[in-house]
Design a protein around this ligand. Structure first.
Ligand code: HEM
Length: 216
């Protein structure tokens, strides 16, 4: 059954300007996070390579966003990863986390500057201590798009991210990206795990900053 309204244009009124107060299950992700204990398993010519990595993640609230009646609160994020051995960027990723309070829909849009992008989805309630989002190659809604070389050499068939919020307010993730590597019979599970600790609070969303300067 189609869950959507007939009126696709009318936007919600009186939307709370304070995104941080309306992030539901994403609230625990807001802030700046670091860890030196990430572990990555990635495909190399002579077999899987396992590397420890240093990760920094910034997640700051954005102003509420609407598609007609559909209302999202969310975070804009940037992940930057190095290794202890090399100064060069090991992994870079930007995107948004979105939450639709009306339905519990959670979206993660992600972009990797090697010509790859995905939109992953899941559902969560405001106090959930676990988030799972998935994307599958070939789906037009929650799919994965890769440049032609990646499609040829490292076809990305699926993506799954599981986040667990820990009692000490750190959070852990397990990301599994299934790759079909050219010349290899078996799919390759490209896996990343880490636990992040907060190093700074999130900045308020732009509308809250403007409202604060107006009343000051
Ligand atoms: C913490 C997160 C991640 C880290 C540290 C990481 C790291 C890496 C590394 C080091 C490689 C090998 C690159 C090379 O040999 O040149 C690689 C390959 C790859 N990764 Fe990731 N990755 C992460 C997440 C992801 C995600 C989320 C996706 C897709 C949804 C992805 C897709 C790929 C693909 C398709 C390849 C093969 C292409 C290539 O080797 O250039 N990775 N990753």
């Amino acid at each position: 059954m189609n869950p959507f309204p007939e009126d696709i244009f009318t936007e919600p009124e009186n939307v709370d300007p304070d995104t941080l107060a309306n992030l539901g299950p994403l609230r625990r992700l807001a802030g700046v996070w670091e860890s030196a204990k990430g572990v990555d398993v990635n495909p190399k010519a002579d077999g899987p390579e396992r590397r420890q990595y240093i990760e920094r993640i910034e997640m700051h609230p954005i102003d509420a966003q609407t598609n007609g009646p559909q209302l999202f609160f969310g975070l804009r994020y940037h992940i930057h990863i190095n290794t202890p051995e090399e100064a060069i960027t090991f992994h870079d990723q930007t995107g948004h986390w979105l939450w639709e309070p009306a339905t519990g829909l959670v979206l993660q849009s992600l972009s990797i500057p090697r010509g790859q992008t995905a939109l992953a989805s899941g559902f969560a309630k405001p106090n959930d201590m676990r988030l799972v989002v998935t994307a599958t190659r070939g789906q037009t809604n929650y799919g994965i798009c890769s440049n032609d070389f990646l499609e040829y050499a490292f076809r990305t068939d699926s993506y799954r991210l599981e986040i667990t919020f820990n009692p000490d307010s750190s959070w852990s993730y397990v990301a599994e990206t299934m790759l079909k590597v050219r010349g290899q019979a078996e799919p390759f599970p490209h896996r990343d795990v880490n636990t992040l600790v907060k190093v700074a609070e999130p900045k308020p969303n732009p509308l809250m900053v403007r409202l604060a300067t107006k009343t000051a």
